[in-house]
Ligand binder design. Structure first.
Ligand code: F6P
Length: 546
């Protein structure tokens, strides 16, 4: 039995240390150490990480690293990379790192080296992608594929859609990509509204091949296709599957020859470098895709080998944990100053919140500390004209991750300097604010001084990378993946299960037939749910008659 988190020596020291740090200001910390802005930085794997504007001292950082050590982080990292079944509630290995390991590597799960199978699938994906991209793969009527529609949800959608948007400037522009996830029929209808079935390829992406939303959308896609192409044999030229479940793929009518496999040791939200990345590979091509995998792998290796106090994901995790568990900050904003990363915060929401939104430890006891923060964000500078007001002057403490790139992907006049000036300015304003004296000395009328005062002391990190490329995207994602892992280890929770999504799914299964029943069903829910169901049925039937 491991020592409970709050009983560990480093945790207790942090608790004593916290009230002192809470009183310190970033103004003072910077004034006391002229080197702070250069010193509290880490330049690794092509990411320059400035963590100087955090409410920490050298002592805080030392204690946080000590906490990671006392939590057995080094052993747990080794266990993950070794293929141990660290997802204990599902009794599975956690091996997304194997998906980007080089061909010659060896990681053994249940007595078998999984790397050859990983590369066999990658090779099949590359072969298929080349055929589709070159127009060699034809649809049922002999026309080349021009549209690719990925049908999936959660990890089978958020990674693909984020990567497509992020790497759009590397994509084959003649191909149209759409992503359908929601069971709301609007999602499918709008995605295909201007597409010709004869030129459309569907990727049905689902780890389990049982997910209600995905299977419903896949059935609708088949009906849509056959409404025009009529011959059921057309399905074989217009549908491919990405899954771990060969039986169900076959049952759906997709030829296993058109199935790209992955394995139960890949979690849904960690699956974008598995065959779930097929749409990404179709968009950017196999070479760029391999560059992306290499970026992931570089970060994996950094995480595996760098000392904990110079380890990017570990530092990011520890700072996040400091705010969540000690300052009791509820949220963390991710603010990419790169328009192509517009879906990155949405992607991170599943990665972070499905992983660390837990209240029970691996030992089965209730936690007595705060775990996973709420992640959210929007690209800068748009957010500045929307919600930044609350980050600057609101009552809540919201640590921010600013992400910026030195080289623009579109070098248009002054745009990029203006963009970067804004990132640096926001981080500066949040940290140092503006005192009432400073405001007053500018001649601001007395009644407005308080309104124009910025308390500052609002922490942020700045991540500066050279350019958004497939490789830098890979590094960035792996950075967050491993930060999530690190926090999960310290909090002592299983970051790789997601039992919390089950109850809603089960209840929906019960309600579906109640909504669809021809005659009034007997309802046994609470009075609110019963009334809502009755009202919906009543209104649905009365509007159907109009
Ligand atoms: O509902 C949660 C979840 O299980 C996610 O973890 C997963 O990414 C998503 O559903 C989709 O699952 P699948 O890929 O099996 O369709």
């Amino acid at each position: 039995m491991t020592t409970p988190l709050t009983k560990r020596a480093a945790w207790q020291s942090l608790q004593t240390h916290f009230p002192q740090v809470r009183e310190l200001t970033l103004r003072q910390l910077f004034a006391d150490d002229a080197q702070r802005g250069a010193r509290l930085t880490l330049d690794a794997v092509g990411i320059y990480y400035d963590y100087s504007k955090h409410r920490v001292t050298d002592e805080t950082l030392k204690l946080l690293v000590q906490l990671a050590e006392e939590s057995g982080l080094a052993d747990r990292i080794a266990a993950m990379f070794r293929g141990d079944k660290i997802n204990s509630t599902e009794k599975r290995a956690v091996l997304h790192v194997a998906l980007r390991a080089p061909r010659g590597a060896s990681i053994v799960v249940d007595g078998q080296n999984v790397i050859p199978a990983v590369h066999a699938v990658l090779d099949r994906m590359a072969d298929f992608a080349k055929r589709v991209r070159s127009g060699q793969w034809r649809g049922h009527t002999g026309r080349p594929i021009r549209n690719i529609v990925n049908i999936g949800i959660g990890g089978s959608d958020l990674g693909p859609v984020m990567a497509y948007e992020a790497l759009r400037s590397y994509s084959q522009r003649e191909l149209t990509f759409r992503f359908v996830s929601n069971v709301d029929g609007t999602d499918f209808a709008e995605a295909v509204i201007d597409l010709d079935p004869a030129e459309t390829l569907f990727i049905v992406a689902s780890k389990t091949f049982t997910t209600l939303e995905t299977m419903t959308n896949a059935e609708t896609a088949r009906t849509w296709l056959l409404a025009k192409l009529t011959d059921p044999a057309a399905v074989a030229r217009h549908f491919v599957a990405v899954s771990t479940n060969t039986n169900l793929v076959q049952k759906f009518g997709i030829d296993p020859a058109n199935m790209f496999e992955f394995w139960d040791w890949v979690g849904g939200r960690y699956s974008m470098t598995s065959a779930i990345g097929l749409s990404t590979m179709l968009a950017i091509g196999p070479d760029h895709y391999r560059e992306m995998l290499d970026g992931f792998h570089q970060m994996d290796e950094h995480f595996r080998t760098a000392p904990l106090n110079r380890n990017l994901p570990v530092l990011m995790a520890l700072l996040g944990l400091w705010y969540t568990s000690f300052f009791k900050a509820e949220t963390l904003a991710v603010l990419p100053y790169e328009q192509y990363l517009k879906r990155f915060p949405a992607y991170l929401q599943q990665l972070t919140m499905e992983s660390n939104g837990k209240t029970v430890t691996l030992e089965g006891t209730e936690v007595d500390y705060q775990t996973g923060a709420v992640y959210w964000g929007e690209p800068g500078t748009n957010g500045q004209h929307s919600f930044y007001q609350l980050i600057h002057q609101g009552t809540k403490l919201i640590p921010c991750d600013f992400i910026a790139f030195v080289q623009p992907l579109h070098d248009l006049g002054r745009h990029h300097d203006l963009l970067l000036a804004n990132v640096f300015a926001q981080a500066e304003a949040l940290a140092f604010g503006k005192t009432s004296q400073e405001v007053a000395s500018e001649g601001v009328p007395a009644e407005l001084v308080r309104h124009k005062t910025f308390t500052g002391n609002r922490p942020s990190s700045v991540l500066l990378l050279d350019k958004l490329t497939p490789a830098t995207l890979g590094k960035l994602i792996a950075l967050y993946e491993h930060a999530v892992f690190t926090q999960g280890i310290i909090w002592g929770i299983d970051s790789f299960d997601q039992w919390g999504v089950e109850l809603g799914k089960k209840l929906a299964e019960r309600i579906i037939p109640e909504l669809e029943a021809k005659t009034e069903p007997t309802l046994g829910h609470d009075s609110s749910t019963n009334t809502l169901i009755r009202r919906y049925r009543q209104l649905k039937h009365s509007s159907a008659g109009k």
